[in-house]
Design a protein around this ligand. Sequence first.
Ligand SMILES: [Zn+2]
Length: 180
Amino acid sequence: MAKDDELKERMSKLSDEELLNIVEVESHDYRKEALDYAKVELAARGIEFQEAQETSDEEVDSTGSEPTDMRMLVACKNIPQAGMLKELLIENGIACEVRGEYLSMALGQIPFTECYPEIWVAGDEDFERAREILDEWESQEPSPRNSWICQGCGQENEGQFGSCWNCGRVEPASDDQPQA
Ligand SMILES: [Zn+2]
């Protein structure tokens, strides 16, 4: 349970306001374990707090957001990645939200899977479309590339270079290989 201890310790380092925010305002962004530790920490500090209502089937959020059940699409590596994906989905007309990003920020770069920002999507139809978009996005994500041989001068170039450092010839697109 070393992870739990560390999560607990991290919570103990947050300010009173941050803890209150977690428990009272952003509770839906956190996992139960994290919330529990935040509550324990607040109680230990003698701070009174109003627990956010557990969302039940009857208790639909009154702010007018979609009551549709949301599903987690993916856990992202980091906040910028989550932000990018969210933008991408919204551009495609898919409503989504990022959860857990605040905790992830509060905890620094601790690589807990519990703390990774997650993308949540509402509705089965959107979820399926979001999956497709995600698959496509992942296949386009820059990955370490192989080195390539310049067709102009035969020089081998590192994968990250788009043109030959020796003669300046542009690397042929990988999916546009000559038939020969
Ligand atoms: Zn060259």
